[in-house]
Design a binder for this molecule. Structure first.
Ligand SMILES: [Cu+2]
Length: 460
């Protein structure tokens, strides 16, 4: 019997079988079609010509907290791919990691991702197959999970920061993808910065407005150091998880690749005019966007912003962890890596370089067959990350949020991605969540492909 017929019978009250409720639910599940394809419609090149990137048939995904959805991903690209729902606590089979949780979607084929967003906040979806190439082509999109009640702000502004490397022809320089020298250093850096895939866009706002800013660093490897105008700013959420009390913030805001912040920005009454938003590059500030503030919205002085409603994220139990381990991050240029296990074999540094592996976690380069850790759902895990390299890294754990004792952040923030300075030793703590295989890797994505990746196994 077809589903349509089942539904007819059910509506007529003629069919009362236990399976029916499920059929009803499947029928009701909203489905969203996401076509991944080559596009040629981004005008950020100095040449004035459109730049061909990879993307989707929409610029943004807006989902609703607790509302199940099916996302039908159709791969119209010339190569296989997957989509990973960065920061979302999904079923492991939906996590989109090529070679760990699913086979890549071949060109011309489709994959149905079934998600029920647990947490409201700012996330993103991005390719997780040959990520260093596909991210550089722009294969990602920001993903907003709406709170049940809209947050009280006059305006919402999303800022997706990225950098691109264009060649002399004004198109993406793909010939330099896979440059091992860059992999051993800070990763691939672009030569043009964009916000929302535009070069130095003009953003509008009115004096006196309260703006909710959603920030995402979508670059392959560049750490963004964002200098906003010196107005009252509060951090509402980090990596999609709200702070219990918004925290006032002064000075630049640092975002490792894949990190997100939700901010409140109060534009003063007398701010009419243009205000630059800068990335503080190591040698000079670069304008990323211009905020054009028009006449007053006529608002009186504002109280401190209210917090976002809490997400259903379990707090950490105050007891000794069930698992404690150390993760030594080694390798890279000027590092001390002499040998590492790769695909089950101990290799010296020359053989490793031949395999394009130059970083290691606990002496293992690349995705190991055995997990870093096995844990049961609900167990408390502590991993002491030790960055024993000369480079910063942005460490990302899939499917979980963790607390970290890091000098780079105020305490009490939840993270799914954590920036680590060289030499840093940072314990992270989390409660093991959904069953399955969860990746732990550096999100300076060239470091991942050249060694910095492992996984944890969660089973009841
Ligand atoms: Cu790294």
């Amino acid at each position: 019997m077809k589903r349509r017929d089942l539904l007819k019978l059910s509506a007529a009250g003629l069919l009362a079988v236990p399976g029916m409720a499920l059929a009803d639910r499947i029928a009701e599940l909203p489905r969203l079609r996401l076509e991944l394809r080559r596009e040629q419609r981004h005008w950020f090149a100095p040449s004035g010509d459109p730049v061909a990137l990879w993307g989707a048939n929409r610029d943004l995904l807006r989902l609703h907290q607790h509302q199940p959805i099916e996302i039908e991903v159709i791969n119209l690209l010339p190569e296989p791919t997957t989509l990973h729902w960065h920061g979302m606590r999904v079923d492991n089979a939906m996590d989109g990691v090529s070679g760990l949780t699913q086979a890549p979607i071949p060109p011309g084929e489709r994959f149905l991702y079934r998600l029920t967003p647990q947490d409201a906040g700012t996330f993103w979806a991005h390719a997780h197959h040959r990520t260093y190439e596909q991210l550089a082509h722009g294969l990602y999109l920001p993903l907003i999970v709406e709170e049940a009640e809209p947050y009280a702000a006059d305006r919402e502004q999303l800022l997706v920061l990225d950098d691109w490397r264009l060649g002399r022809d004004g198109q993406l320089d793909t010939g330099s993808l896979g440059n091992l020298h860059e992999w051993a250093h800070g990763g691939r850096m672009g030569n043009i910065l964009t916000v929302n895939r535009q070069h130095r866009p003009r953003l509008g706002a009115r004096a006196g407005e309260r703006v909710r800013l959603r920030l995402l660093n979508a670059a392959n490897a560049r750490i963004m150091v964002l200098q906003l105008p010196e107005w009252p700013i509060w951090i509402l959420a980090k990596d999609g998880q709200p702070l219990a009390t918004p925290r006032e913030h002064k000075g630049p805001l640092v975002l490792s690749p894949a990190e997100r912040y939700d901010l409140v920005l109060d534009i003063p009454e007398d701010a009419e005019g243009g205000h630059s938003l800068y990335h503080l590059a190591h040698d000079r500030p670069l304008e990323t966007a211009l905020l054009q503030v028009s006449g007053s919205a006529g608002t009186a002085a504002r109280p401190a912003p209210a917090p976002l409603p809490a997400n259903p994220l379990a707090s950490l139990p105050a007891r000794a962890p069930d698992h404690h381990l150390q993760l030594d991050m080694t390798g890279g240029a000027m590092g001390s890596l002499r040998q590492a296990v790769y695909r089950g074999q101990m290799l010296g540094i020359d053989a490793l370089v031949q395999q394009r592996q130059i970083w290691a976690f606990n002496g293992v380069a690349g995705l190991p067959e055995q997990p870093l850790l096995r844990a049961r759902p609900g167990e408390l895990v502590e991993i002491e990350l030790h960055n024993d390299t000369r480079w910063p890294h942005g460490m990302h754990l899939h499917g979980h949020h963790f607390l970290a004792e890091s000098g780079l952040y105020p305490s009490g923030l939840w993270h799914d991605t954590l920036l680590m300075a060289r030499g840093d030793r940072v314990p992270i703590r989390f409660v093991a969540g959904n069953e399955g295989r969860w990746l732990l890797h550096c999100h300076m994505i060239e470091h991942q492909v050249s060694g910095m990746v492992s996984w944890i196994d969660i089973r009841a």
